[in-house]
Design a protein around this ligand. Structure first.
Ligand code: ADP
Ligand code: MG
Length: 692
């Protein structure tokens, strides 16, 4: 956030405390102003003892009727407190003699704590307490008590003192916090001003609805949430503007190459493929870079759309680069595209991390000289020493694996030709529309909403791994009738080593159990060439059963495989399961997917597997995933800055997104001067794309 107002201006803040505050991302007075309470306590009124509710913290006041040390499971001090309405026990497990004496019979006590069910009905465990002296006025709090996110070494008390000082300065308008939203918006959208909202949230009056506050649905919250989401949206707009400030080759084509490609295909494009291709063709005519995201469910035929887009550029002498997130996938693209393009006289290029030494030099040379026209590869294509001769289009497949930064670093790759490349991003992770509009506000979006004809639905069942032998039998039967099958081993995702080990074990087990079948194994720790050989063998039906880790998740295309077993599906996200399952059901044979779970299943796991059984619609599954696991998982952690939200919560605040869209457009076009300060306020140094 903007660095206006030094923390050390506050009383009691020296360099050491300032440094500790830094751990809470508080570097300035404005940061402190945006460091909001995450909950509140109501110490503004006294609740009669008889009116206490379990788990609802409250202030009570009464007279001590007696205290005693009791020896139950644990030694504790039990203090009986009575008011006009009733009696309650206070229980202390840690206490000393002085405390015991302070709470002697006849003392007036005011306590704050959370009532819980204990040995004697409702009890207060370790309440905060204060003695009330007769005749002395002991006022209650005038407002709700804010509880701030704290960290080691900084107590709540300390934070509150700092906030109180900040609030005073804010009231006197001495914190540099200009209201950046247009004045008329407050009335139009019924929002409080920025200062008003902040003052309210730090210090809500005693009669404020606590539940509404904690749900984040108070107008004061809304004001800040909208502002934050707006800032993120605008940062994406800015990113888009930066990219499109460059020149790109305007492609006006008679589509000769495209027609030649289509003529050779054994099928015709679906209506959806045709429509999306048309949208891309329009983009390519512009003299600035296309930024288009193509969403299409697993198997919807994104590769063909990419190939058709590539045609027009290739025909005009530009290079096209296609990047995939894994080597397996990249190799598969290379094979497929070479099959389509080499007969048309297009020369392919290839670059992956594993390409080393002489081979790499040769690849780099071909790319730099322009000899390689259609270059396929992995992240390796991003590396600094990769130079293209005349790069006109970059295609990125399965985008959720790529960071936005990586994607943008591509811009430089076209520089030699003095032109920035067009960008086409393809993803199979269906993202609910509103979320997509926010996460990809820098991109135009097309959706391939139709599958090629002739696909047969996949029947999905969830079966306990106690029935594993039965399932192995089933694999035996299916494969001896000519089908091919996947057996996918999953483990906790962070541990690739364990996952590979599990796959190796399963491979051995299945080889023994299925002596009549040709079983292969592929996992992430194998050499690229080895992986490629196994995949090729599976594709050629030299293998019946492929034991694999989730490396086969994306893109692998073997139409003859019609059975998939997924072990421990309860450990994966729904979107990932959907991806995996999309490896079958690609041919005309009836396909099956067995979710072989470890019992017992938790209730949520049951619900999630149920979603998989019920639906094959990626969008529906994504919506469910969003419900169950939140947007972070769905979008991938590194991909967008939306995970860094301070106040907004994409799941909770999803209904605000359309409004944010409207506001962002309005601001961008009508009030451009506020765009930069808003981004700076909310994204500050973290501005994702500042130095792209
Ligand atoms: P994804 O969208 O998952 O990347 P692919 O591009 O791998 O899908 O296509 C899946 C399969 O469908 C491939 O075998 C591809 O050749 C085939 N395919 C693509 N388009 C069509 C079409 N219009 N008609 C029939 N088959 C198609
Ligand atoms: Mg694909």
């Amino acid at each position: 956030m903007a660095n206006s107002g030094k923390l050390t201006d506050l009383k009691g803040v020296g360099p050491k405390l300032a440094e500790q505050l830094g751990k809470l991302n508080i570097h300035s007075l404005t940061d402190l102003a945006f460091h909001l309470p995450f909950r509140y306590e109501d110490r503004s009124k006294i609740t009669p003892i008889a009116g206490l509710m379990p788990m609802r913290p409250a202030v009570i006041q009464g007279e001590v009727k007696g205290s005693s040390v009791v020896f139950g499971k644990r030694r504790s001090l039990l203090v009986k407190l009575q008011d006009q309405s009733g009696l309650i026990n206070l229980r202390f497990f840690h206490f000393n003699a002085a405390q015991k004496n302070q709470m002697s019979k006849g003392t007036l006590l005011r306590c704050y704590g959370e009532p819980r069910r204990g040995a004697s009905g409702l009890e207060l465990y370790h309440p905060e307490y204060q003695r009330i002296e007769d005749g002395l006025d002991t006022p209650l709090e005038a407002s709700l008590t804010p509880i701030y996110p704290a960290t080691d070494g900084i107590t709540q008390q300390r934070l509150r003192l700092l906030h109180e000082q900040m609030i005073e300065l804010l009231k006197q308008d001495e914190v540099a916090l200009p209201d950046l939203l247009p004045e008329q918006w407050c009335a139009q959208w019924r929002l409080p001003g920025l200062r008003e909202a902040l003052l309210f949230l730090h210090n809500p009056p005693a009669n404020t609805d606590l539940l509404q506050l904690e749900a984040g649905s108070h107008p004061a919250h809304k004001r800040l949430i909208l502002e934050e989401l707006l800032a993120h949206q605008l940062s994406l707009f800015k990113l888009r503007a930066q990219v499109q400030a460059d020149k790109a080759p305007a492609i006006l084509s008679d589509h000769t190459l495209r027609s030649a490609l289509l003529e050779k295909l054994p099928f015709t494009p679906t209506g959806a493929q045709q429509r999306v291709t048309d949208e891309i063709t329009e983009d390519l005519k512009q003299p600035y870079p296309m930024l288009r995201l193509v969403q299409g469910d697993v198997g919807s035929g994104k590769t063909l759309v990419a190939a058709l887009a590539a045609c027009d550029l290739l025909q005009q002498g530009y290079q096209v680069a296609l990047m995939a997130p894994t080597e397996i996938l990249a190799e598969q693209h290379l094979r497929n595209l070479a099959g389509w393009f080499e007969p048309l006289g297009i020369r392919m290029g290839w670059l992956a991390g594993k390409v080393k030494g002489k081979a790499r030099e040769k690849s780099l040379y071909e790319i730099a000289s322009g000899e390689a026209q259609l270059v396929v590869g992995t992240h390796a294509l991003f590396q600094e020493d990769v130079h293209f001769s005349k790069l006109g289009l970059v295609i990125i497949d399965e985008q959720h694996r790529f960071g936005v930064h990586q994607r943008l670093s591509l811009k430089e790759k076209g520089e030699r030709a003095g032109l920035a490349p067009h960008q086409l991003i393809m993803t199979a992770t269906p993202i609910p529309r509103t979320l997509a509009m926010s996460a990809y506000a820098d991109l135009d979006t097309s959706v391939i909403d139709e599958l090629p004809p002739g696909r047969s639905p996949i029947t999905t069942v969830a079966i306990s791994d106690q029935r594993r032998p039965e399932i192995i039998q089933r694999v035996q039967e299916a494969c001896s009738q000519g089908a091919q099958a996947y057996w996918v081993c999953t483990l906790i995702e962070e541990s690739e080593a364990l996952q590979c080990q599990a796959a190796e074990n399963t491979f051995e087990e299945l080889q023994k159990a299925l002596p009549g079948l040709r079983v292969g194994l592929v996992h992430g720790r194998m050499k690229a060439a080895e992986k490629a050989d196994i995949m090729a063998a599976f594709k050629d039906h030299q293998l019946d059963l492929l034991v694999a880790t989730t490396v086969i998740e994306v893109g692998v295309d073997v139409p003859n495989s019609s059975l998939m077993i997924i072990e421990n599906p309860e450990r994966l996200g729904l979107a990932q399961l959907h991806q995996l399952r999309g490896r079958v059901g690609r041919g005309s044979a009836k396909s099956h997917c067995v979710l072989l779970y470890k019992s017992p299943l938790s209730l949520t796991s049951k619900q999630r597997l149920q979603v998989m059984r019920d639906s094959q619609d990626g969008f529906y599954i994504a919506e469910q995933d969003l419900e169950i696991r939140g947007p972070g998982e769905l979008l991938g952690t590194r991909q967008t800055g939306l995970q860094m939200l301070r106040i907004a919560d994409l799941q909770r605040d999803a209904d605000l997104l359309p409004q944010v869209q409207e506001m962002a457009n309005d601001l961008w076009y009508q009030h451009p001067a506020t765009v930069e300060p808003l981004i700076k306020r909310w994204l500050g140094d973290a501005e994702r794309f500042a130095n792209v």
